[in-house]
Write a new protein. Structure first.
Length: 295
C-alpha cells in the first residue's frame, strides 16, 4: 500500500537530520525540485502571490491559495507543505482551510497570528492578533483535520511586534494546543536563532529568506542548532526573477533571441513534465482496439 503524502512527511521527520524544503509556487518549480532530488517541497505564499501579480500583502483568497496548492501537489510525488497565511478568518474559516488543503493532497500547512490582511513576515508594519485568538485558531485547525497525519505548523510573527519572549510563549502555547511544529518567524540575530529550539517545547522550523530580517546561515549550522525543517521560499523565486531580467534585457539590447545551439530541444523540455507518458496515451487505447480486432 502506497504511503500518503502526510505519512511520508512524518516519516521523513523521524530522523535527526534537517529537512530543507525549497520554496515553489507552480508546477514548474515543483517538478524541477523533485527532479533535483528534494524529498519534500514548500509552497511559498510570497512566490504564489507574486505569480498572480501581487506583492505578499495577503491579497490572495483561501480558494486561490488552496487551488494553487492542489495544482502543485498533483504535479509531484513528494510531500508538499504549504503557506496558509492567517487561516483566512476565524475558527470557521480555519476549519474550511484545513479541509480544502487536505482535499488538494497537501501534506501540511502553517497558520500565523497576524491580523488579516497580513504582510510578508520580513516586512515592517506587521500587526498580530491576541494570543488567545491565535491559540483558538490552532485548536480549530487540529480539530478540523480528517487525516491525523496532516501536519499543522503554528507560525508566530510576534517577534517583531511584541518581542522574542512573547513569540516563544505563543509557540509553546500552540504546541500545547496540538500543533505539530512551531515556526518563530524573523528572528533577528544568529543568537536568537540558536535559542529558539532550546526554549520551544517541540520541533521547530526556520524560514531562510534572502534579503530578509533573519541573518544568512549555513544549513549545517541550522541542523546543529536543532531545527527539524528549514524552508527557503526565496531560493527559486529570486533565481527566476534574476534570470528573467537577464533574458529580457539581453533581447532588448541585442535584438536577437538566444541561439538554439547547445540548448535543450523542445521535446526534451516537455519530457521533464511527463511528455513521454502523455504521448503514450495518444495511441494506447486505439492500439488495444486494433489488436482485439486483429485476433
Amino acid at each position: 500500500m502506497t504511503a500518503t503524502p502526510t505519512a511520508k512527511f512524518r516519516e521523513m521527520l523521524q530522523t535527526n537530520r534537517l529537512l530543507a524544503l525549497p520554496g515553489v509556487y507552480d508546477g514548474i518549480t515543483a517538478r524541477l525540485s523533485e527532479q533535483r532530488g528534494f524529498k519534500a517541497i514548500y509552497m511559498t505564499g510570497a512566490g504564489t502571490s507574486m505569480s498572480f501579480g501581487f506583492p505578499d500583502f495577503g491579497l490572495l483568497t483561501m480558494t486561490e491559495m488552496a487551488g494553487r496548492a492542489g495544482t502543485i501537489a498533483r504535479s509531484v510525488g513528494i510531500p508538499l507543505i504549504a503557506d496558509a497565511d492567517t487561516g483566512y478568518g476565524n475558527e470557521l474559516n480555519v476549519t474550511r482551510t484545513i479541509r480544502e488543503y487536505e482535499r488538494g493532497g497537501v501534506a501540511g500547512l502553517h497558520i500565523e497570528d497576524q491580523v488579516s490582511p497580513k504582510r510578508c513576515g520580513h516586512l515592517d508594519g506587521k500587526e498580530i492578533v491576541s494570543r488567545e485568538d491565535f491559540l483558538s485558531k490552532i485548536r480549530a485547525a487540529v480539530a478540523a483535520r480528517s487525516d491525523k497525519n496532516f501536519f499543522i505548523i503554528a507560525r508566530t510573527d510576534a517577534r517583531a511586534v511584541a518581542g522574542f519572549e512573547e513569540a516563544v510563549q505563543r509557540a509553546n502555547g500552540a504546541l500545547a494546543a496540538g500543533a505539530d511544529m512551531a515556526f518563530v518567524e524573523a528572528t533577528e540575530s544568529l543568537e536568537e536563532m540558536a535559542v529558539v529550539p532550546k526554549v520551544v517545547n517541540g520541533p521547530c522550523l526556520l524560514n531562510i529568506v534572502r534579503g530578509g530580517k533573519t541573518p544568512d546561515v549555513d544549513l549545517r549550522q541550522v541542523e546543529d542548532m536543532g531545527y527539524r525543517v528549514a524552508i527557503l521560499p526565496s531560493l527559486l523565486l529570486g533565481a527566476a526573477v534574476e534570470a528573467y531580467d537577464r533574458a529580457l534585457t539581453g533581447l532588448l539590447q541585442s535584438n536577437a533571441p538566444p541561439k538554439s545551439a547547445g540548448a535543450s530541444l523542445v521535446g526534451d523540455r516537455f519530457r521533464r513534465f511527463g511528455g513521454d507518458e502523455w504521448d503514450a496515451l495518444r495511441t494506447r487505447f486505439r492500439e488495444a482496439e486494433e489488436q482485439k480486432a486483429a485476433r
